[in-house]
Design a protein around this ligand. Structure first.
Ligand SMILES: Nc1nc2c(c(=O)[nH]1)N[C@H]1C(S)=C(S)[C@@H](COP(=O)(O)OP(=O)(O)OC[C@H]3O[C@@H](n4cnc5c(=O)[nH]c(N)nc54)[C@H](O)[C@@H]3O)O[C@H]1N2
Ligand SMILES: Nc1nc2c(c(=O)[nH]1)N[C@H]1C(S)=C(S)[C@@H](COP(=O)(O)OP(=O)(O)OC[C@H]3O[C@@H](n4cnc5c(=O)[nH]c(N)nc54)[C@H](O)[C@@H]3O)O[C@H]1N2
Ligand code: SF4
Ligand SMILES: [Mo]
Length: 754
């Protein structure tokens, strides 16, 4: 019997609730619709969710058995016992020769799946691994670090309730980033009392809805935002009363901003001074401003400094801890938290000495940590649920790095660009075949968690990640039945006795690291319905109730130890997603360090005080390429089957109509785009939305899949064939993928259909 089953979309961090109708074959999604019962998305989806069958059943190169690389470079299928014991033995060997810390862990989850990665710390501990990274360390670590310095706690924007929404290098219409984005954007746009300000060189779908589109020259946000902050100071638009109560370090900031050459900076950004002034005044006059910055600036020149000055703009106008501004959120995991060490202090990567922010080595130094004869270089990599050969800067160099490693293990659902270079590939169940969840729980005032139940059965030969980690940890010999027995005995006395026994485990720091697998093997099997993987969430729920007792109580779970237990039960049984915490806006202040904002970050103020004019070589590189734009049919590399796209199937290079006309190019004409890092042929799409001199390539293209005859088809250009690892932020090492100096050559007059 077919029935609608609740789950979620896995294509962006919003994870909108959906319902699926499984076809009579028991494998395909016959229909997909938004889930009205989901507490955050409430029935909303964008166009992409409806294509999820292509993730599940498309031509993806689905993996269905563990693979081992043969000496000739091909792969052979092996059984799970062989795979686990060989991988464990080889990880141990690497550890014995070079220390476990020479095994680098990368990934742990994509846009929809973090539950598996929550078990990975046990595998890391079992083999002595220490260093790790993920995609967050090539986009968000600058903002994390700045947030840690200014607030001591990560904050997010309450766009939904804002009078003024301020988007800096962010196109929520396509990329989302907050629930029901398209609906919210349209509401703001329609409301005469609310406004939208967008900084983007492209007239995006979001910019089109904006009241103020500051269509700046690419890479000049630091100047434009400095000018805006300086206008606030010059015209006495700052909220002095609020700042006196809530902030420290104002004088140091004012001293720098008073010296900003406003007109000159607007000229550098190439935006009309009057437009900048009007937008700034609108922002200052608002009761509430919610600001969202994203890759347009986080992967661009001065990225970390821009994250800082962007925050100064809304802090100087008093926009924190009130409805429609920014808030410090709760959650089931600590995403975005960092200690906020001063530059040069704090943990560092072993070879390059790069700062480790939020526990993550900057992605852009990974190849440098491998391609060297430094004694502490990484010798092996354990890669889970990510595709670094495609997603990290300079794919050619990343391939070279994987080739020199002694061992590469990949856990994925598909034969990806990265898996192809592995020594062992372990096949995972898809996100619809297992219990799954994300820790992207950033909502406010009601925060949401969604434990998705499987809606399809997994094929033989694949395993969910928690089981893979448990087997690896056991194969390492660090956990046996003897370790499980006391916890199981306690469980027989009930959960409270179990909780006490588990606290005993946590008291031993070494054992505490193995806690995920201890929970999985003891509590897991008692949860019923094959929900073993939810075991980790039991500890996470207790932790959430301990860290945010009032918020958990307000959400209806009571107080004390009981609250953690009730919250966990609600998570386990709430198939549509549940409210985990409920806050008021004021609570933000309790979460900030010293209940205050620290405005001055000396290192970054020094940069702002002394910005260079321009160092571009426009003769050699007349264009700036943004490598990796989010479009209607891109989703990182999660959907591999090119047939999922209803438009832009080849992934065009967008350029301004004026440039196209000058070069005699029409839609579909092939050009060769060349950068310092590489060169590729791509069809162009002239557009009046683009600034002259600017080029844009979509993300998520350049994937290879086999057609039914086994012939490999690659669709579009993989952006990181064109990027360079050393084009990166000075403070946290994030890449400047949106600012790739480029040149164009026409290839032929032949057009291809786009
Ligand atoms: N459709 C779709 N949605 C997605 C994803 C996807 O693959 N496809 N991926 C998800 C992920 S992982 C992320 S991190 C988010 C990213 O979400 P976004 O950051 O919104 O996505 P991008 O399109 O990469 O970049 C945003 C904007 O930056 C602009 N930009 C380029 N150069 C500059 C500049 O110099 N200054 C300014 N101010 N802006 C500039 C671009 O024109 C673009 O409109 O999207 C998520 N959502
Ligand atoms: N040039 C350039 N590069 C970029 C960007 C850009 O804008 N420009 N954007 C960057 C950003 S913001 C991000 S977030 C990264 C994303 O890049 P990555 O972090 O590498 O992640 P994804 O492309 O999302 O790939 C997720 C992987 O998980 C696999 N997968 C799917 N479901 C499961 C599952 O259930 N289990 C397991 N084990 N695997 C699964 C997929 O097959 C895929 O290989 O790309 C970055 N790279
Ligand atoms: S891709 Fe669209 S439907 Fe899917 S989670 Fe994101 S916003 Fe929701
Ligand atoms: Mo991302």
């Amino acid at each position: 019997m077919s029935e609608w089953r609740p789950t979620a979309c896995v294509l962006c961090e919003c994870n909108c609730g959906i319902q699926v109708l499984v076809g009579p074959d028991g494998r395909s999604f016959e229909k997909i619709r938004g889930d009205k019962l989901h507490p955050a998305s409430a029935g909303y989806t964008c166009n992409k969710a409806l294509q999820l069958d292509h993730y599940q059943n498309g031509r993806t190169g689905r993996l269905t058995a563990p693979l081992r690389r043969r000496p000739d470079g091909g792969f052979e299928e092996i059984d799970w016992d062989t795979a686990i014991s060989e991988i464990a033995a080889r990880l141990r060997e690497v550890g014995e020769r070079h220390g476990g810390e020479s095994i680098f862990y990368y990934g742990g989850g994509g846009q929809g799946n973090h539950l598996g990665g929550a078990y990975a710390p046990a595998t890391m501990a079992a083999f002595g691994m220490r260093y790790r990274s993920s995609a967050l360390a090539q986009e968000k670590t600058g903002e994390f670090w700045v947030g840690a310095r200014m607030f001591g706690h990560p904050v997010r924007a309450d766009v939904e309730h804002a009078e003024v929404a301020f988007f800096v290098g962010k196109n929520p219409y396509q990329s989302h980033g907050f629930p029901r984005a398209r609906t919210v954007l349209k509401e703001i746009s329609r409301d005469p009392n609310r406004s939208m300000i967008v900084l983007d060189p492209v007239r995006t779908e979001t910019a089109e809805l904006a009241d103020f589109h500051l269509q700046l020259r690419p890479g000049t946000d630091v100047y434009l935002l400095s000018a805006m902050a300086a206008i606030l100071v010059r015209d006495s638009l700052i909220d002095e009363v609020w700042l006196a109560e809530h902030a420290e370090g104002l004088d140091e900031v004012l001293a720098v901003l008073r010296a900003v050459p406003i007109e000159k900076y607007c000229a550098i950004a190439d935006v009309d001074l009057e437009l900048v002034t009007a937008a700034t005044r609108r922002l200052a006059a608002a009761e509430s401003v919610a600001a969202l910055e994203d890759l347009g600036v986080q992967m661009n020149r001065f990225s970390t400094v821009v994250s800082y000055i962007e925050k100064l703009v809304w802090l100087l106008t008093g926009n924190l801890g009130k409805p429609g501004t920014q808030y410090a959120f709760t959650g089931m995991a600590a995403i975005g938290h960092d200690r906020g060490h001063r530059a040069g202090e704090g943990p560092k990567s072993p070879v390059v000495g790069a700062p480790i922010i939020s526990g993550l080595v900057p992605c852009n130094v990974i190849t440098e940590e491998i391609l060297t004869d430094h004694p502490d270089r990484y010798r092996a990599m354990f890669i889970e649920s990510s595709n670094p050969v495609h997603s990290l800067a300079d794919s050619a160099r990343m391939r070279e790095a994987l080739e020199v490693l002694e061992l590469v293990v990949v856990i994925d659902v598909a034969m990806t660009e990265t898996a192809r270079l592995a020594d062992y590939v372990l096949p995972a169940a898809t996100q619809f075949e297992k219990y799954e969840a994300t820790f992207f729980n950033f909502d406010f005032p009601r925060n949401i968690f969604h434990l998705r139940h499987p809606v399809l059965s997994a094929p033989d030969g694949v395993l969910a990640e928690p089981e893979i980690h448990a087997r690896l940890v056991e194969a390492a010999g660090v956990l046996t039945e003897d370790d499980y027995a006391p916890l199981r005995a306690a469980l027989e006395q009930g959960r409270q006795a179990f909780a006490m026994a588990f606290l005993g485990v946590l008291a031993d720091r070494q054992r505490a690291k193995l806690a995920p697998v201890l929970l999985y093997r003891t509590l897991g099997p008692t949860l019923g319905n094959g929900a073993d993987a939810a075991a980790m969430l039991w500890a996470a729920a207790y932790n959430c109730a301990r860290k945010f007792p009032e918020s958990v109580e307000r959400a209806g779970y009571g107080t004390g130890l009981e609250a953690g237990e009730r919250l966990f039960e609600a998570i386990l049984t709430g198939e549509h997603g549940i409210v985990i915490t409920e806050d008021d806006y004021e609570v933000t202040w309790n979460r900030l360090r010293d209940n205050k904002v620290r405005l001055d970050i000396a290192e970054l103020l020094a940069v702002l005080a002394d910005l260079p004019e321009s160092d571009d070589d426009v003769d050699e590189w007349p264009f700036v390429l943004a490598a990796g734009e989010r479009r209607a049919f891109t989703a990182n590399t999660i959907v591999r089957d090119p047939r999922w796209r209803k438009r832009d199937s080849g992934g065009t290079l967008r350029m301004s109509s004026a440039d196209a006309e000058r070069l005699g190019l029409a839609v579909g004409d092939l050009v060769r785009v060349t950068t310092r890092g590489g060169s590729a042929e791509v069809p162009v799409e002239p557009s009046d939305r683009m600034r002259p001199g600017h080029l844009s390539l979509p993300n998520g293209f350049g994937l290879s899949v086999a057609d039914p005859d086994g012939i490999e088809i690659t669709t579009g250009v993989a952006p990181n064939e064109l990027t360079e690892f050393d084009s990166r932020d000075e403070w946290v090492g994030t890449p400047w993928h949106k600012y790739v100096p480029a040149r164009l050559d026409t290839v032929s007059a032949d057009s291809v259909p786009v």
